[in-house]
Design a protein around this ligand. Structure first.
Ligand code: TYM
Length: 332
């Protein structure tokens, strides 16, 4: 298919911590399925990361690492546009413009803002509040058709659609209205220690979070300590959130169905099951870890990739921005 006829996919990940198997199974692992038939933009969203205070050297390091991880997870920079958000200034520019078309009331209803401001009570800055308008800008700049994300981003995505529709209504068609791609089987991987809460890369309890780059020993230890329940049978059920989460992870790494998993562990205790989940997860991530270790050492290559990605993204972003500027009434 000619490049121009392809539908557009956009997604982003914050370089704000060591990425988890939630980020992997809910988002990044799915990115490569679009590479062939779509025009794909995968962005390291550093502008979003500074809504929470970052150590500068760490942020820089994680930006490289997130790019390397994209590639280690199978995203070939020749087939996907991989870039860093702050390298394409139109994100911030459109972000500001969309701030003016996003309502205070809408932003106040964002559950992630409520959660994050509760966790960062000493730094509830305006960027944390207007974050969803910047995310809308990321998506709308590229006339995106599809946005692969975990379920926690659904509310932000709906806001992006509402803002796009509002802008289009005022100024005539300007933005494509994007659709989410939320994988039903892995849209929300839960904490291993508190299985009713999302696994989050900023969780201070390391035992709750399995990182993509954790060693096999760490992965095994974390799964062994995972919170389950007082029964012993491996069964998927809403009232067994710990075991059900482990089954979801096991299914994702092995391709087995819940029925097959229940049969496999029939009569066996949680101990055996947790070992099997740990093994499947660690083995499933081995090639990612190995590739990452290789890629992250070649900083010059990563810089070349991010430069080429930004140049490509810039061309698309500029086209949308010139349309937006004209429609709003800015002098060219
Ligand atoms: P971020 O960096 O928090 O997470 C990156 C992606 O990982 C998904 N995810 C999960 N999926 C399943 N289970 C989990 N426990 C889990 N934790 C995280 C997220 O849903 C996300 O897809 N605002 C976004 C980044 C962003 C973006 C965008 C995404 C900025 N602009 C434009 C898409 C399009 C965020 O903070 O993701």
């Amino acid at each position: 298919m000619a490049e121009n006829d392809k539908k557009i996919v956009f997604s982003g990940v914050q370089p704000s911590g060591n990425l988890t198997i939630g980020n992997y199974l809910g988002a990044i692992k799915n990115f490569s399925r679009f590479s062939e038939d779509y025009k794909t933009f995968y962005c390291v969203v550093d502008l979003h990361a500074i809504t929470v205070r970052q150590v500068p050297a760490e942020l820089r390091k994680r930006t490289y690492e997130t790019l390397a991880l994209y590639m280690a997870c199978g995203l070939d920079p020749k087939e996907n546009t991989l870039f860093v958000q702050s390298h394409v200034p139109q994100h911030a520019e459109l972000g500001w413009i969309l701030d003016c078309y996003t309502m205070f009331g809408e932003l106040s209803r964002m559950t992630q803002f409520k959660d994050k401001s509760a966790k960062n009570a000493q730094n509830i800055n305006a960027g944390l509040f207007t974050y969803p308008a910047l995310m809308a800008a990321d998506i709308l700049l590229y006339q995106t058709d599809i946005v692969p994300v975990g379920i926690d981003q659904k509310q932000h995505l709906e806001l992006a659609r509402d803002v796009a529709a509002r802008f289009n209504l005022i100024y005539s068609d300007t933005f494509k209205i994007p659709e989410g791609y939320i994988p039903t089987d892995t849209m929300k991987i839960m904490s291993l220690q508190e299985p009713t809460a999302k696994m989050s890369k900023s969780d201070p309890n390391e035992n709750a979070v399995v990182r993509i780059l954790d060693s096999k020993d760490d992965i095994m230890r974390k799964f062994k300590r995972a919170v389950t329940d007082s029964e012993t049978c491996v069964r998927y059920s809403e009232d067994k959130p710990g075991v059900s989460n482990l089954m979801t992870i096991y299914r994702a790494f092995t391709g087995k169905t819940f029925d097959e998993i229940e049969r496999e562990f029939d009569g066996k205790g949680y101990g055996d099951f947790k070992l099997a989940v740990g093994e499947a997860c660690a083995d499933g991530l081995t090639s990612v870890r190995d590739e990452f270790a290789r890629l992250v050492q070649d900083k010059a290559h990563l810089e070349a990739v991010m430069k080429a990605g930004a140049e490509d993204a810039y061309g698309y972003a500029r086209r949308t921005m010139s349309k937006v500027r004209r429609k709003i009434g800015f002098v060219n």
